[in-house]
Design a protein around this ligand. Structure first.
Ligand SMILES: [Zn+2]
Length: 135
């Protein structure tokens, strides 16, 4: 929700810099006791000096609490890696085996086929990525 829409919906009056005051929709408010301001990250901050909670205020406005947040912030909670450390270790263990097989092949004086050399590169790449994936 845009701050300007909220301000007009509440018929808010400006006081001070980037601060507004309005009658709280969540209680019988004779004198305006709801302050509205904007957080540094763009979220709309509401505070009722009579003590109404944010849930009661937004419910009275017919909006959800998350609508007070700028769209970019909604759903931007730090996402967890879909891989557990155990998943990563399983992959690393397998890739280490690929490296071992390649090393044995070369120790026996054989040349890696182009396919095996490519697979070795993939293994090294996955091992390097393991740390980032698990982080
Ligand atoms: Zn209130």
């Amino acid at each position: 929700m845009e701050l300007s829409d909220l301000l007009s919906q509440l018929n808010a009056k400006a006081f001070g810099q980037s601060k507004w005051i309005a009658k709280c929709p969540a209680h019988e408010d004779r004198r305006p006791s709801l302050t509205i301001s904007e957080g540094d990250d763009g979220r709309i901050l509401l505070h009722c000096f009579a003590g109404c909670g944010i849930d009661a205020i937004t419910a009275s406005l017919g909006i959800e609490v998350h609508e007070l947040f700028p769209k970019a912030l909604v759903g931007s909670r730090p996402s967890r890696s879909p891989f557990t450390p155990r998943d990563v270790l399983k992959v690393l263990s397998f890739e280490a085996t690929v490296v071992l097989v390649a090393a044995r092949t070369m120790r026996n004086g054989k040349t890696l086929s182009p396919e095996d050399a490519a697979r070795l590169s993939t293994a090294v790449g996955r091992i390097s990525e393991g740390l980032e994936v698990a982080a």
